[in-house]
Design a protein around this ligand. Structure first.
Ligand code: C5P
Length: 266
């Protein structure tokens, strides 16, 4: 079996009701064996009651609060988060070695702890903006953050898909979680088909409305197809707009999950 990424859908719709409608639709179609990424806006507005509703629908929760503070305050926040029984939480790796180690040690004593991911470099930073603060190239900083994160015993890092493979190759057992994934046509063409059949399928995908691909002219700069994310060995991928802005979120989610399904090794 190959390792394939887990899907996290970013619940970034403007209102609680819109997010919930999407989730109920997914659950109705038995598409609930996935992670829902609940970020600051939704959590601040909708609180833990919203998380409970999602959990009742059978989803796993990725609570993306990106904690960054002094170690003691982070541990206090973490103790509160544990009561929510979520599955993934995020912190900033720049909170430093002491905070990361104390958090990792604290979680070792917890039964069924959530997975914890440390953000390396936020993908919204340009190299220049990054350099102004850290006086280093952004990708070197990302690697350095991944090194510290791994040494401290944190489960994984949030990174750009372009850094995933090198981080996994350099730091043992570290998991990667990558946003900015944009499914594209070639993701859904079976690589076992011969070239004639591929051509026919490609034409039919273009002609028909059975596949509704999001046109990625948005703020994400470092985007990747599903195929590339798999080649980069991402363990978790985050997909937001390509699903919730699709005219048929169920269909595109099914296609993504089908693509991500573990296939027998040849
Ligand atoms: O809509 P889209 O697929 O771009 O959603 C990506 C999600 O991942 C958003 O919720 C965004 O805030 C989040 N994210 C990101 N880049 C990071 C960390 C989180 O895009 N470095």
């Amino acid at each position: 079996m190959n390792n394939t990424p887990n899907l996290c859908i970013a619940l970034d719709l403007p209102t609680r009701d819109e997010n919930l409608t999407l989730c109920k639709d997914l659950a109705k179609n038995n598409l609930n064996d996935i992670y829902l990424k609940v970020g600051l806006r939704s959590f601040i507005r909708d609180g833990s009651a919203f998380l409970e509703e999602l959990q009742k629908l059978g989803f796993k929760i990725f609570l993306d609060l990106k904690l960054y503070d002094i170690p003691n305050t982070m541990l206090d926040a973490l103790s509160e988060i544990l009561k929510l029984k979520v599955d993934i939480i995020t912190i900033h790796s720049s909170s430093g070695r002491r905070a990361l180690s104390e958090i990792a040690n604290f979680l070792k004593k917890v039964t069924n702890p959530p997975l914890i991911f440390a953000v390396t470099a936020l993908t919204s930073f340009s190299d220049e903006e990054w350099r102004e603060i850290y006086n280093q190239k952004i990708n070197l900083s990302a690697l350095n953050f991944a090194k510290i994160t791994s040494e401290c015993g944190i489960n994984g890092v949030v990174c750009s898909v372009f850094e995933s493979k090198v981080i996994k190759e350099n730091f043992n057992n570290i998991l990667t979680l990558t946003p900015g994934i944009r499914p594209c046509e070639s993701d859904f063409i079976d690589s076992n088909l011969d070239s004639t059949n591929k051509g026919i399928l490609k034409d039919s995908l273009q002609d028909s409305s059975q596949i509704d691909l999001y046109d990625a002219k948005d703020d994400q700069k470092r985007i990747s197809s599903l195929d590339f994310a798999m080649k980069q060995k991402a363990d978790f991928i985050v997909v937001g707009r390509p699903i919730y802005k699709s005219t048929n979120p169920i269909s595109i989610t099914k296609k993504i999950l089908n693509k991500l399904e573990p296939k027998e090794a040849k």
